[in-house]
Structure formats: C-alpha cells, structure tokens
Design a protein around this ligand. Structure first.
Ligand code: 8YV
Length: 331
C-alpha cells in the first residue's frame, strides 16, 4: 500500500523522466505509446491526481468533470491549444506548459525548413534518388536566395524573435513582422525588426515564417485572400500549428503558382496531410518535428515533470499558466 498521489504519463517519454516521477508518485506510464481516445484517457485518469501530457491529448470540461480527482495537467509542449485553461482554472486544476527550453531549437528548425524550401532541397533529392540526374543544367532546381531577402514573420513571440535574430545577424535579411503587440524599441532594434500591418507583411515577404500560436482568432489567418497578396516568388513556412493556414487554399496556391513553395511542419488534422499538399512538387513536408532535438525534448519533458512535482507537493510550478489556482483553498 502506498499513499503517494497517482499520476499518469499519457505518452511514452524518456525513462529517467518517468523515474523522477516515481520518486514522488505512484506512476502509470503509457509505455506502449498508444494514442488513446479521450474516453480511454478518461478511463486511465480515474483516481489520478496529475497527468503529464503532450500537444496531442485534449483536456476539456468533459474530461475534467469525468476526472474530479485531477489537480494538475502538465504538458511538455509550449503550445496549449489542446487544453481548456479556463475550464481547468474553474475547477482548481493547475496547468503548466513548457516555454523557453525549445525556443532556439525550434527557431533552428524553422530557419532550416525555410532554407530547404527556398533552395528546393528535398525536391532535388527526390529527383536524384529517382535516378533522373543525367546532366547539369543552368537552372536545375534554381530557387530563391535567402541572404538579403525580406524575412516576414507572422507572430513575434520568443520563437519569432529567435528566427529574426538568425535572419538579421546571420543572413543580412531585412526583417518585418506582424503581431498583435509591437516589440519594445530596444528589443526590435537589435533584430532589425519593423512592425507592419498583416497585408503589407504578406505583400512584401520573400520568405514568410508563421510562428503565431493557434487560437480561434488565428484560425485560417492565412487563406486564399492572404496567399493572393503574396509574390509569386515568395515562400511560406509554417512551424506554428495546423489550422493557422488553410491547407486546402495553400495546396491550390502551390499548384497555381500563386506562391513559389512552402515548408510545412504542421497540418490541419495531422497526422493526416491534405492530398493536394502530398501531391505538390514545391513543398517540403516534415512530421511536426521542429522541437525534436534530443536535448530539447529532454528539457521539455523534465520541465513538465518539474511542474507536476511542484504542483502536487505544495511547491511553485516554474511555468504554470494559471498559478492563481494554487492560492485557492480546495472546494
Ligand atoms: C511538440 C509543439 O513537439 O511545443 C509545442 O507546442 O508543437 C512541439 O514542440 C508537440 O506539441 C508535443 O506534443
């Protein structure tokens, strides 16, 4: 018998991460890394005080009402559009995410994806692997330049700023951005970043980088109308969330030559990918791996555990989204 609180690790993670939890809690871990339905998750959460999740598990009022013992929901992702934070707060459930630790790794990937898209790296590799490379020619897989081109960033949080720094300092790119709030001048100046209206951003972009968090207001923020504003030579790279871009409209724009190419790490309805994107020649597709370096995935996982331990042991979770719930006496 043990009186340790019970926690659920909803997806497979590093063994030592689970071991850290075992020192404090009775732990059940999804070692088979099955993707559970919400009903299966609810079933496994019975009697649990805390849960370690990823960006894939949906935590909403229905789940919370079915799991009244739950006190802490800690995700190893920075994005938390899968969690109804107000519903958690209303029930006194602490929520945390995992910011900062993935910023530089995700910015590296966004930049790499943008470069691969501009310089047609995967398209040319597929051509080579198919055995079609017979001779050199002057315009074979000629793409667009990255250095000196206008870097347009939609969303200018931590990751957007890290991408701006790479573009401005490393590649001499003029940087424009659109965000609800403007950066303080002392932050914008070293990034060479200038705030512009969204339509101007789209019109001037040589390379558009989308890093805005998903929210209902951001749904299809880039759709047919927005794509039509872009230069035919421009590229679009999305490392934010599926749903920010209208994938059907993007597939049409890529086929029609409205824009030159796209680099996509996130998709509407992933892991399904729109058939028009799969069929497109001028698109680089990756399976939501922007934060996937081993050190960063470890840091994200350990940060979720730091939060879970603190939340259930009377400590201060380092990256709580609703820390105010800890000051409330239990109902
Ligand atoms: C994660 C992400 O890999 O942190 C995020 O918001 O999108 C990625 O870094 C993913 O969400 C984990 O499920």
């Amino acid at each position: 018998m043990t009186d340790k609180p019970k926690v659920l690790v909803a997806r497979k993670t590093f063994d030592d991460v689970v071991e850290r939890l075992r020192a404090h809690f009775e732990v059940e871990s999804n070692e088979a890394d099955e993707v559970w339905s919400q009903d299966q998750l609810i079933e496994r959460l019975q009697g649990m005080s805390g849960v370690y999740i990823t960006g894939s598990e949906k935590i909403d009022a229905r789940l919370l009402d079915a799991c009244p013992g739950l006190r802490a929901v800690c995700t190893m992702a920075v994005g938390y559009n899968n969690i109804d934070v107000p519903a958690c707060s209303a029930r006194g459930v602490l929520v945390s995410n995992a910011p900062d630790v993935l910023t530089e790794t995700t910015a590296d990937f966004g930049f790499a994806l943008m470069m691969a898209t501009a310089r047609r790296i995967t398209e040319s590799e597929h051509f080579l692997r198919r055995g079609e490379w017979r001779k050199w020619s002057y315009d074979m897989f000629a793409g667009s330049d990255v250095h000196g081109a206008t870097l347009a960033i939609l969303g200018m949080g931590r990751i957007g700023q890290a991408i701006a720094r790479r573009g401005h300092l490393g590649f001499g790119m003029p940087v424009i951005y659109h965000n609800r709030s403007q950066l303080a001048p002392e932050i914008a100046a070293p990034l060479g970043a200038q705030w512009v209206e969204k339509d101007e951003l789209l019109r001037r972009a040589d390379h558009l980088l989308i890093v805005v968090p998903y929210s209902p207001a951001a749904h299809h923020m880039v759709g047919e109308r927005e794509l039509a504003l872009m230069k035919p030579s421009a590229t679009l790279t999305n490392i934010a969330r599926g749903g920010v871009v209208d994938d059907a409209a993007l597939a049409r724009a890529l086929a029609a030559g409205t824009i030159a190419a796209a680099g996509l790490d996130v998709f509407e309805g992933e892991p399904q990918v729109h058939a028009g994107l799969l069929a497109a020649r001028n698109v680089v597709l990756t399976p939501h791996i922007a934060s996937a370096s081993i050190p960063t995935r470890r840091a994200m996982s350990h940060l979720a555990v730091d939060n879970l331990i603190a939340a259930l042991s009377g400590g201060t979770p380092p990256t709580a989204l609703n820390p105010e719930v800890l000051n409330r006496s239990p109902a």
